[in-house]
Design a protein around this ligand. Structure first.
Ligand SMILES: Cc1cc2nc3c(=O)[nH]c(=O)nc-3n(C[C@H](O)[C@H](O)[C@H](O)COP(=O)(O)O)c2cc1C
Length: 377
């Protein structure tokens, strides 16, 4: 009896596996700032899975701080050829694709030169504000996908008859849009959602029909080193001179690929805003001191990499020590000034583990000391 049950389960698993293999695997790849594109993406995905001939997975092109979007997985460029079709979605920026989507596409040069997406179906949906230039935006999205040799799947006038024509709707013949800043009704409207589902359903049919006709390749993507010195320049961030050690120690030590740095709020040979928080200095003054301190850290780091910050692989950890009274608890708020600056410069590579603590006194009466660990090449 037990044997028969095991056999039954095995056959069932096998059938499920075969069924899954026969379905098209579609990536719904989005960039979204405020969530409008994500709302459409969910409807596109629903439509893709509605005919039971395809599975859909929603991913985004980069991490988002927006709580509505922060749980969506981030896609890697090199995984794109593994799918049977890609539905692209982004906000409309000046009648064009969004900067986030454009940045992601700019990393697909290796896929392009290796013909990795040629023949793969693609479709586009977008979230606009007023809707100005929405067709232009989809068309310019199509330009990039056409250069990749993808099969562009339009919407035509699919679903037009069923929509409420008394309010503006985001239907276009190229793909579905929504117009987030028209607050006459909730956006995406019921009809825009329906159009997105129809687009997804049609796309799944095409992805399945073309499944297996694309020569799948594994492409090794060579990531271009990021020029963090240039990013500093563009953001107008000027690194101070490397502070001289005040004792028998070095500004940094390299151990393996890790750089260890400790700095206080020294600016032009003097400590900026010295003293204890709540007695001689206020929170804003300590935040200003934390900014000066992290700039000192970055200046030392720059020296450690011989002036080429593109060698930085990761900010591993920051520890912020603040001169505070015993009952002070908002150390995290003070330290964010330093953390934000590191992430602003290094992006994902700037995201670090962190500790903050209060001290009853700090060297040379600085209100803050920061310890930093960076991984470099
Ligand atoms: C830089 C920028 C340019 C924009 N340009 C347009 C535009 O040309 N037309 C339009 O309708 N909306 C435009 N918008 C508005 C966005 O498309 C709109 O807010 C969209 O719903 C955002 O999508 P999301 O909710 O997925 O972030 C622009 C927004 C930004 C930030």
């Amino acid at each position: 009896m037990k044997k028969r049950f095991t056999l039954f389960v095995l056959i069932l698993l096998n059938i499920t596996n075969i069924m899954a293999q026969n379905k098209a695997k579609v990536l719904v790849l989005i960039h979204s700032d405020n969530g409008g594109t994500y709302e459409l993406a969910k409807e596109i995905a629903k439509g893709i899975e509605s005919g039971d001939n395809a599975t859909a997975i929603i991913k985004q092109v980069k991490e988002s701080q927006n709580s509505k979007l922060s749980n969506i997985p981030v896609a890697r460029v090199d995984e794109l050829p593994a799918y049977d079709g890609i539905a692209f979605g982004s906000p409309v920026y000046f009648g064009n694709i969004s900067t986030g989507m454009s940045e992601f596409l700019s990393k697909t040069v290796d896929l392009w030169t290796n013909h990795a997406l040629e023949g793969m179906p693609a479709t586009v949906f977008m979230s606009a504000g007023s809707g100005a230039g929405k067709e232009l935006a989809i068309q310019s999205f199509w330009n990039s996908l056409a250069v990749h040799g993808m099969v562009l799947v339009s919407n035509g006038i699919r679903g037009y008859e069923g929509i409420n024509h008394s309010i503006p709707q985001g239907n276009t013949v190229l793909g579905t849009t929504t117009m987030a800043s028209l607050k006459d009704v909730e956006r995406p409207t019921k009809d825009e959602k329906q159009l997105a589902q129809l687009q997804g359903k049609n796309f799944a049919k095409i992805a399945l029909a073309l499944k297996g006709t694309i020569n799948k390749k594994e492409i090794a993507i060579t990531e271009k080193p990021q020029n963090f010195n240039q990013i500093l320049k563009e953001k107008g961030i000027i690194l101070p001179e490397v502070p001289k050690p005040a004792g028998n120690y070095k500004p940094f030590v390299r151990s393996g690929n890790l750089i260890f740095i400790n700095q206080v709020a020294l600016k032009d040979g003097k400590i900026l805003n010295p003293g204890k928080l709540g007695i001689t200095v206020n929170e804003q003054q300590v935040k200003d001191a934390a900014k000066v301190t992290i700039l000192n850290v970055l200046s030392v780091l720059n020296e450690a990499v011989g002036g080429d910050l593109s060698k930085v692989k990761q900010c591993v950890q920051l520890t912020g020590i603040f001169n505070t009274k015993d009952d002070y608890t908002n150390h995290a708020g003070l330290m964010n000034t330093a953390s934000d600056l590191v992430v602003e410069v290094f992006g994902d590579k700037g995201k670090h583990a962190r500790a903050t603590l209060g001290a009853s006194s700090l060297p040379v009466n600085s209100s803050v000391e920061i310890q930093a660990i960076f991984e470099i090449e």
